[in-house]
Write a protein that binds this ligand. Structure first.
Ligand SMILES: CC(C)(COP(=O)(O)OP(=O)(O)OC[C@H]1O[C@@H](n2cnc3c(N)ncnc32)[C@H](O)[C@@H]1OP(=O)(O)O)[C@@H](O)C(=O)NCCC(=O)NCCS
Length: 170
């Protein structure tokens, strides 16, 4: 059975190993051990038989906006609903904080669309670009798409308007 819980300090080595497995494949951004210890309170983990098999973090930017970061499920046990369960719990946390929108930058666009996100434009989130993208070695050949989840009805229209721009291109 898989349980989702808040991460603890003792989970950090497992988080580091799991995330960096996907960093090596160039599908996730690297997190250092220091960075993970500093931000461990942002993380949820999925645990199965005492073993950490998935993780994801909710980063807060301001009273309205959050980002799902460092989401991954251990190789070999993907496509069993663990990723979706983590996203649903992170969205629940976001709603509890009163956020209006949660976004993610990801190569797993289809997965996020299945979780109710919509594709949008990165320019909506300049603080992300300044904070992470401009420091990223893959900035000029980034493969990640931007997806957003509206937590309040007013944001649904905002997300939809940016989706329309994309759909109009040939
Ligand atoms: C992306 C990831 C977190 C998804 O977790 P998961 O446990 O495998 O996904 P789930 O089983 O919860 O899948 C939910 C749905 O998304 C689909 N899905 C999952 N990963 C997918 C992918 N990469 N592409 C397309 N669809 C995907 C599943 O088939 C499932 O569809 P269904 O509801 O029709 O059955 C996981 O595959 C992973 O760790 N990938 C490598 C790291 C990564 O890309 N992280 C995201 C960067 S932010």
């Amino acid at each position: 059975m898989v349980t989702i819980r808040k991460a603890q300090l003792a989970d950090v080595p497992d988080l580091f190993e799991m995330i960096n497995h996907y960093v090596a494949q160039k599908i996730m951004l690297a997190r250092t051990l220091t960075d993970l210890y500093e931000s461990v309170r942002e993380f949820l983990v999925a645990e199965q038989d005492g073993r950490v098999v998935g993780c994801g973090a909710l980063k807060l930017y301001n009273p309205e906006l959050g980002e799902i970061r460092s989401l991954c499920v251990a190789p070999g046990i993907q496509s069993r609903g663990i990723g979706r369960a983590l996203v649903e719990r992170l969205l629940g946390e976001a709603a509890g904080f009163g956020l209006k929108t949660v976004f993610a930058l990801t190569v797993a666009t289809e997965f996020f669309l299945k979780c109710g996100f919509r594709e949008t434009v990165r320019e909506r989130f300049p603080m992300k670009v300044w904070r992470d993208c401009l420091r990223c070695e893959r900035y000029f050949h980034c493969q990640e798409k931007t997806v957003a989840y509206p937590l309040v009805p007013s944001e649904e229209a905002e997300v939809a308007s940016h989706v329309t721009v994309k759909q109009m291109s040939p």
